[in-house]
Design a binder for this molecule. Structure first.
Ligand code: SF4
Ligand code: SF4
Length: 278
């Protein structure tokens, strides 16, 4: 929702190519595919822009119309799906708050929201604290897509696990300065993180988001049952949890490991090649 000072990167609105709206409920829908979310955000954005003339009445009117129009199919009941999340740029690449002062001639209209002005303005998700400055910068460098970006920047496990594996192979912490000037590294990283939205071993039987699954007002950490397929826990267990995986047999597990390992190897080899040129 806002920018923090101790790491100069804003994870919420890092640059012109993407942004995040996860804590405003962006992914908290049963039908959370890109097309459905984009349609929803476009309708909100267009309506908000069209109603802007009479400010106070407009916001209330907007809220009433959107709430009546949108189905209430939430993934997790406890999280509020804010109707004021829309696109905040002309190219519809950045999701964000329609009530933010930047969109309302300097007036902060977030007091109209469910969470209220103070919480909306001052909230920072755990990624601000738990990702290192380098990890934040790497994700921002690698992902230029709002739909994927919000899912990855809020998934501390997948970010840490991937860069730890790569750093172990490279023999040093992955440097954003090397990745910044390497289209190839960015491409490998982007394709790895894109597994989040096209993972063939994703468990669609439960209401899942990453490693969590939801039952009404409850949420739990999911498990991967390695024993039932006669296997040991995978070295990529954290990554598999983040990808909401389930495996029907040991062949599927091995194939999943092969796919993840290939990205890690490809990224590491290219990185090592570039470190030799420094
Ligand atoms: S989930 Fe985190 S990065 Fe995303 S909008 Fe909220 S505070 Fe910002
Ligand atoms: S009003 Fe608050 S919860 Fe709603 S989109 Fe804006 S920042 Fe997010």
């Amino acid at each position: 929702m806002n920018k923090l000072s101790n790491e100069s990167i804003s994870l919420c609105q890092p640059d012109k190519t993407k942004s995040c709206g996860a804590c405003c409920g962006l992914y908290n829908y049963l039908w959370g595919d890109r097309k459905s979310l984009k349609e929803k955000l476009l309708i909100r954005t267009e309506l908000y822009r069209s109603l802007k003339g009479d400010e106070e009445g407009s916001v209330e009117n907007y809220s009433r119309i959107i709430k009546a129009k949108e189905p209430r199919e939430k993934l997790y009941e406890v999280i509020y799906n804010c109707e004021f999340l829309g696109f905040v740029d002309d190219e519809n690449k950045k999701v964000g708050c329609l009530l933010h002062p930047a969109l309302n001639r300097g007036k902060d209209l977030r007091y109209h929201s469910f969470y209220g002005q103070t919480l909306c303005r001052d909230h920072f998700c755990p990624s601000y604290q738990h990702l290192t400055g380098q990890e934040k910068e790497l994700v921002v460098l690698i992902i230029d897509d709002w739909y994927l970006y919000g899912q990855i920047i809020t998934d501390i496990d997948i970010v840490k696990s991937f860069f730890k594996e790569v750093s172990d192979m490279a023999g040093e912490t992955v440097s954003p300065d090397l990745v910044r000037f390497s289209p190839k590294l960015k491409d490998i990283g982007f394709r790895f993180f894109s597994l989040k939205v096209r993972w063939p071993f994703k468990d669609d039987r439960k209401r899942r988001f990453g490693k969590y699954f939801f039952e009404g007002w409850e949420y739990r950490l999911d498990k991967i049952d390695y024993q039932s397929i006669g296997s040991q826990p995978s070295r990529y267990h954290q990554i598999f949890l983040s990808l909401s995986s389930s495996f029907r047999n040991s062949w599927e597990l091995r194939e999943a490991e092969r796919q993840v390992e290939k990205f890690i190897n490809d990224f590491s080899r290219e990185y090592i090649k570039l470190t030799g040129k420094r």
